[in-house]
Design a protein around this ligand. Structure first.
Ligand SMILES: [Zn+2]
Ligand SMILES: [Zn+2]
Ligand SMILES: [Zn+2]
Ligand SMILES: [Zn+2]
Length: 258
């Protein structure tokens, strides 16, 4: 279950905001405390809070004498004291994002927000930021949507790495496919994960040649011998420091004036 909760305190309150100087407000207001300790105090007007503290270091509440809530961050303090409490509640909360599918475990909505999250059960799947989520017709046998990720080819794999591994798919396609470009090295490039996916020389650490696998599909060979990738915004060499078609690009530029 989701254990993140948004807490709400509503009532006639005094709010004291201290950061160097001190501001004091009194009104019938609603305070929202987010799971990341962001505190927002709202009155009747507009979207902007009367007072707030983003991601406080600590939020403590005390119900022994009325209701008080104290949030602290560095030198800033936000104190909220309820004189007359209209309500106090907490509600389950999740990240929000565009819906990309349905959770096979609980039928909740899967949304995309820095990864894929189930709004109901809280399951989450890390995905590459350039991944696109496929429609229901492409769902994995496990029920999860598949994502499309371009790493030399367009791979459609399950959101769950333990179900279908992007790394394995890229390795199957490109492991030892290319030779190390170092002139005094006879190694092959292996597909490895070091942070991201890289094509790195098999003779590491004797040869430390390695290239991050670009987001794109292989569309040819560079004059240096390495493959080129169509990234959607142009063609580049596997070696990001190599300009594969610098000369050709000039020649192919259309004549001006038409
Ligand atoms: Zn779920
Ligand atoms: Zn699956
Ligand atoms: Zn090498
Ligand atoms: Zn090149």
């Amino acid at each position: 279950m989701i254990d993140d909760a948004i807490r709400i305190l509503a009532g006639d309150c005094t709010v004291i905001a201290e950061s160097g100087d001190q501001q004091e407000y009194r009104g019938r207001m609603t305070t929202v405390v987010k799971p990341d300790n962001t505190v927002l105090v709202h009155d009747t007007d507009g979207y902007q809070p009367v007072a707030w503290l983003t991601r406080a270091d600590s939020v403590s509440s005390d119900r022994s004498d009325g209701f008080t809530l104290v949030a602290k961050k560095d030198t800033q303090t936000l104190r909220i004291a309820a004189h007359d409490q209209d309500g106090f509640a907490h509600y389950p909360a999740s990240v929000a994002g565009p819906v990309v599918g349905t959770c096979p475990d609980c039928s909740g909505a899967l949304v995309r927000s820095n990864g894929i999250h189930c709004v109901d059960c809280g399951d989450r799947y890390g995905i590459p930021s350039d991944a696109t989520i496929r429609g229901e017709a492409s769902n994995c046998d496990c029920g999860l949507p598949r994502m499309r990720v371009e790493r030399g080819l367009a791979f459609d794999v399950c959101l769950d790495r333990d179900c279908e591994s992007l790394d394995d798919a890229v390795s199957d396609a490109f492991d030892r496919e290319w030779s190390c470009p170092e002139s005094d090295c006879d190694g092959d490039l292996r597909i490895l994960r070091r942070g991201g996916l890289i094509a790195g020389c098999e003779h590491y650490p004797d040869c430390d040649t390695g290239f991050a696998m670009p987001a794109g599909v292989v569309d040819g060979q560079c004059r240096c011998g390495l493959p080129t990738f169509d990234t959607g915004s142009g063609t580049r060499c596997l070696d990001a420091t190599c300009d594969p078609i610098g000369e050709r690009r000039l020649e192919e530029r259309p004549a001006s004036g038409d």
